[in-house]
Structures are given as structure tokens and as C-alpha cells.
Design a protein. Structure first.
Length: 234
């Protein structure tokens, strides 16, 4: 029964809050919805991407030729590892000259271009995955400040009300102060989960970055096995 009364009082305070406090609370609600929606979406997407990366990395371990890598890339083309392999292989096809089973060596410049393409593709994928992170970080930083703004605004209104009423009675002051503090509570309720979400997402980004690095290294080692580096200057 007491819980119901407290909840009723809480919503009553919100409903009687001034326009600025309501605006702050609405913005905080929008930030909270954004953070949680992004988090749930990314969790589902990352699980699928991690499975795909692990599968392709395992298959790359048994690849024996460029044709094997091309087949893997074609099978997983719509995925992150498929995109990575196809992007790098498009450069490999231009650089490698094959005749039967005999492979001509790559010049130093050509090998450097291969590695640069692999690294650039890796960076492009990670940039695409991480581009939402600054917005989550902004929510972590802005939410408590926005809550503090709402609290200060509410306290100013509360003290102005005291001066108008010429009374500092606690019964008259308490509702205004409570309305002001609601903004602080709202800011913390957004910032704390957003910080946890940001930390978790950062760890997932690091894990994906590591998986892509492993995939890139396996492709590089395969290319080294198949094509000897030339010692001549490009």
C-alpha cells in the first residue's frame, strides 16, 4: 500500500512540474530509449557476426589455395568476414600472376599494397561498427549534467516561490524541491546504465577487432605460403 502511495506521489510531482523540468525529463527518456534500443540491437547483431567470424577463421585454417579463399568469400559475401575477404581478394587478383601451379613472386611494393588494403578494410569495418559509440558516450556525459540543470532550475523556482509566499514552511517548500530533485534522479537513471552499456559495447568492439586481426593474419600467412616475396625493389 505504501509503495502505491509513493508511486502516486512521484507521478503527481512529475505531472505538476514546470515546463523546463518536464522538457528535461522527456529528453532524458529519449536518451534512455536510444541507449537501450541500440544496446539490444547491437547484442543480437554482434552475436551473429561473432559466429560468422569464428566460422570463417576456422575455415581459413584449412584453405590451401586462393580458390579456396575465393569460395569462402563467396559463401559468406553478405557478412563481415565475407566482405573483408572479397575486398582484399579484389586487390590480390590484380597483383598475382599465376600460370598453372607456378606462382610468380610479388614485388615489395605489391606486397605492401596487399597489406595496406587488408589494414584499410579492417579499419573501415571497425569504423562502421564503432560509429554509434560516440553517441552512447555523449549520453553518459550529458545525462547527469542535464539532470543537474533541471534540478538547479527547479530549485530556483522553488526559492522564488518561497520569496513570493513569504514563508519557509517545509510543507510549502518540499514539493518544489522534490520536483527539482526528480531531474537529478532521472539523469542518474540514464547515465549509469548508459555507462555500463558503453563499457560492454567497447569490450565487444575489442573482441571483434581481435577476430578481424586473426582473420587478416591467416589470410596474410596463406598468401605468404602461396606466393614468395621478391627481394627486388618495386
Amino acid at each position: 500500500m505504501r509503495t502505491v502511495i509513493v508511486q502516486s506521489s512521484f507521478w503527481q510531482l512529475v505531472s505538476h512540474a514546470d515546463g523546463m523540468t518536464v522538457f528535461v525529463l522527456m529528453v532524458l527518456l529519449g536518451m534512455s530509449i536510444f541507449c537501450w534500443t541500440t544496446f539490444l540491437y547491437k547484442v543480437l547483431i554482434w552475436r551473429a557476426k561473432k559466429r560468422q567470424l569464428n566460422t570463417v577463421i576456422d575455415r581459413m585454417a584449412s584453405a590451401q589455395s586462393v580458390d579456396d579463399v575465393v569460395a569462402i568469400a563467396a559463401q559468406y559475401l553478405p557478412t563481415v568476414p565475407g566482405y573483408f575477404l572479397s575486398k582484399v581478394l579484389s586487390v590480390v587478383k590484380e597483383l598475382l600472376v599465376t600460370s598453372g601451379v607456378t606462382h610468380q613472386p610479388l614485388a615489395a611494393k605489391e606486397w605492401a599494397l596487399f597489406e595496406q588494403t587488408a589494414q584499410q578494410t579492417h579499419d573501415d569495418i571497425m569504423y562502421h561498427e564503432e560509429r554509434i559509440m560516440p553517441m552512447i558516450s555523449a549520453c553518459v556525459t550529458v545525462a547527469p549534467l542535464l539532470g543537474l540543470l533541471g534540478t538547479v532550475w527547479g530549485l530556483v523556482n522553488a526559492f522564488m516561490g518561497i520569496s513570493h509566499q513569504q514563508s519557509a514552511d517545509i510543507a510549502a517548500v518540499a514539493p518544489g524541491i522534490a520536483q527539482a530533485l526528480i531531474a537529478t534522479v532521472g539523469g542518474l537513471l540514464v547515465a549509469i546504465p548508459a555507462l555500463i552499456i558503453y563499457t560492454y559495447m567497447s569490450l565487444q568492439m575489442q573482441a571483434m577487432d581481435q577476430q578481424l586481426a586473426v582473420l587478416s593474419e591467416r589470410l596474410r600467412l596463406l598468401m605468404q605460403k602461396l606466393f614468395a616475396l621478391s627481394q627486388r625493389e618495386g
